[in-house]
Design a protein around this ligand. Structure first.
Ligand SMILES: Cc1cc2nc3c(=O)[nH]c(=O)nc-3n(C[C@H](O)[C@H](O)[C@H](O)COP(=O)(O)OP(=O)(O)OC[C@H]3O[C@@H](n4cnc5c(N)ncnc54)[C@H](O)[C@@H]3O)c2cc1C
Length: 382
């Protein structure tokens, strides 16, 4: 068993880079949309066989157990080579939750299958009238003998059409505070009564879906943690989601292209441009440092508190600043979809811009993250 953390950073970087270069499928480099499972499954298997599918998981659970510094290197190398994000909510979000809150039976069943790709997860949180105000969710799970019966609708469920399972928040009590009547379930999407309808986005990609539950009977064993105790789990999962979203890997592509095009256009000797370019470059350096701090916190076994909201805000807003600048220097070609040639450099200007737009919404909008910081970190009066 290799102890990756004991390797020098340079040696680790070299090893990861060589592996990505030799194994990642060329046609899937730098695709600027969420990759579908069908495209990514061979790569998933390759990473799994290598033991590298879960860089964030502890070694005893089948992960790489990377420390913060190595984690950043791993993500930087993914980005450098244009490796797409696989349908990875199982690895980045619900896996750590099952490790922490799941029963022995849930851990034994779900964790190995999540690693191998036999189980692919999607997130069933948002509803048509419960996004920012997630605790208002109305999808219900009513106990019935050895089962719960689920009715309701989820929306914006990323890649539900590729998933085999959904982690679901449902209302199990209506009295008292709304946060105290929510439970967290693990549900097989093949269960009778579930239907999935894709939604097409502005870039014409069917990246998310609506998921409908019509008298869906799920076993009692689908419940994670205690009945009506799902809100704590939901928040812990959002912490992991914000950590993952906050990784510096996505803005890095846009920055790389920005630098190439700017150099080709001679903009790196234009003081006005250099001023703006340096500002976004430093924003991303700050992001990498902030991300490493939170990864380290998780590795030391400490919970992600509300502070992780600052990472989410910084990562997403910095990404938007980079993609704004990229679109701007693309001139008139910049607003054309697909790969365009500007000053002899081929780049996609519009898609990174589109891709970064919803980033200040998903995983909890920037406004909500600012509210969280104000209330729980700065303790400002409400
Ligand atoms: C690309 C993408 C992928 C997604 N994937 C998933 C997924 O896989 N699973 C899932 O469950 N959900 C997913 N979502 C949904 C996402 O979590 C919600 O869109 C988000 O929580 C915001 O909710 P909403 O869309 O209902 O907007 P609303 O809550 O209606 O908010 C609308 C606007 O009002 C602002 N606002 C709302 N309340 C306040 C307040 N109290 N103070 C200040 N401003 C406020 C918001 O910031 C926002 O700008 C995804 C969304 C996107 C865009």
């Amino acid at each position: 068993m290799v102890d990756w953390n004991a390797m020098s950073d340079d040696a680790f970087r070299e090893e990861v880079r060589a592996f990505f270069e030799q194994n990642y499928p060329e046609p899937l480099r730098y695709i600027l949309r969420r990759a579908r499972w069908e495209e990514m499954k061979d790569w998933w298997r390759r990473l799994y066989e290598q033991g590298w599918i879960a860089p964030n998981w502890p070694v005893k659970e089948g992960g790489m157990g990377l420390d913060a510094g190595k984690m950043v290197i791993y993500l930087e190398e993914m980005e450098r080579h244009g490796v797409a994000r696989a349908p990875d909510q199982g690895i980045t979000q619900v896996g750590p939750i099952i490790m922490k809150f799941g029963t022995e039976a849930q851990r034994a069943y779900y964790l190995p299958r999540t690693l191998s790709g036999e189980i692919i997860w999607c997130q069933g949180y948002s509803e048509p009238n419960a996004g920012s105000d997630l605790a208002s969710l109305q999808t219900s799970a009513v106990p019935d003998g050895g089962h719960f019966v689920v009715n309701g609708q989820k929306i914006w469920t990323t890649l539900a059409h590729d998933a085999t399972h959904i982690y679901l928040l449902a209302r199990t009590a209506r009295q008292g505070k709304k946060q105290e009547g929510i439970s967290f379930f693990l549900v097989d999407l093949k269960t009778a009564g579930i239907s999935i309808r894709p939604i097409r986005n502005l870039a014409m990609h069917e990246e998310f879906c609506e998921v409908f539950f019509d008298n869906v009977r799920i076993p009692r064993a689908a419940l994670v943690g205690g009945l009506n105790e799902g809100w704590t789990i939901a928040k812990a999962l959002l912490g992991y989601e914000r950590l993952n979203i906050g990784s510096p890997r996505r803005p890095a592509y846009a920055l790389q292209r920005l630098e190439q095009v700017a150099r080709a256009k001679g903009l790196l000797s234009d003081a006005g441009f250099v001023d703006r370019f340096t500002a976004v470059k430093l924003d991303l350096e700050d992001l990498a440092a902030l991300y490493a701090r939170f990864v380290d916190q998780v590795k030391r076994g400490k919970d992600l508190g509300p502070e992780v909201s600052v990472l989410k805000i910084w990562a997403m807003e910095a990404w938007q600043r980079v993609t704004d600048l990229l679109l701007e220097i693309g001139d008139e070609q910049g607003v054309m979809p697909g790969i365009q040639e500007v000053a002899g450099v081929e780049a996609d200007f519009l898609n990174p811009f589109y891709y970064a737009r919803p980033a200040t919404i998903y995983g909890g909008s920037s406004e909500i993250q600012r509210n969280i910081l104000a209330k729980y970190v700065l303790r400002l009066p409400g």
